[in-house]
Design a protein around this ligand. Structure first.
Ligand code: HEM
Length: 204
């Protein structure tokens, strides 16, 4: 697995390139219309979730089920995390274009509290991406780095649950996204409980 070419920053670069092409392709396929921008917003929200969930699950997965695949995931967690940030930056570009092209429709679908809660998620995403490089990690210190990435990833997980759950009345398929996110949360809680139990039972 380590000798495989698809890992590290190359993985991030390839995913970011594919996501950018996907976003442009979707907008182009809709003749650069508002519908195209909205389709791109939805598509990038989905690719973001698909990238975020394995990153959020990586440490728990490798402890509970150590094998080549989970070890690969754990090693590439940082690079997939930055790929998630790239996906969500494309989400924001499409949102900004949508708000500029169709402001009335944009404001009919969003409000100030969504902008604040979503904006906070973006602050976390940018801060986490910026501190995913060795020099920035050293500058921040291990304890601060862990606190930032812990708080940010839980905030983003909860944001995904809320944003998808809001859409379930119109389309029950959104329950799939909610259920997958909850499943990863349960996995992390189970892993935390297992570690805590081992610590308590460890000989003094
Ligand atoms: C200020 C920040 C944000 C704004 C203004 C915003 C705006 C939007 C809009 C307008 C849509 C609907 C597009 C449409 O159906 O036409 C959308 C979809 C969505 N957004 Fe965002 N968003 C923001 C941040 C976020 C964040 C932080 C997350 C998750 C971490 C997120 C997750 C989603 C999801 C899951 C969807 C539904 C995608 C689907 O239909 O499958 N958004 N967003």
């Amino acid at each position: 697995m380590t000798t495989h070419w698809l890992h590290g920053w190359r993985l991030t670069g390839l995913i970011a390139l594919l996501l950018s092409l996907m976003t442009l392709g979707i907008i182009g396929a809709h003749d650069f219309s508002v519908d195209g921008l909205r389709a791109a917003i939805r598509a990038t929200a989905r690719t973001s979730l698909l990238l975020f969930l394995p990153v959020f699950a990586a440490s728990a997965l490798v402890r509970l089920q150590p094998n080549d695949a989970t070890r690969w995931l754990r090693r590439n967690r940082r690079y997939l995390g930055v790929s998630f940030a790239a996906s969500h930056i494309l989400h924001s570009f499409a949102i900004i274009a949508f708000a500029a092209v169709a402001p009335d429709l944009f404001w009919s679908m969003t409000n100030t509290s969504t902008l604040i809660s979503g904006g906070l998620a973006y602050l976390f995403i940018l801060a986490m991406a910026a501190t995913s490089f060795d020099a920035a990690m050293r500058w921040l210190g291990a304890r601060n780095w862990r606190a930032l990435h812990w708080a940010g990833s839980w905030y983003i997980a909860i944001s995904f649950i809320i944003t998808n759950a809001k859409r379930t009345p119109g389309m029950p398929l959104y329950w799939l996204a909610v259920t997958l996110t909850l499943a990863v949360i349960l996995l992390r809680l189970f892993d935390w409980w297992q570690r805590r139990r081992k610590l308590v039972n460890a000989p003094a």
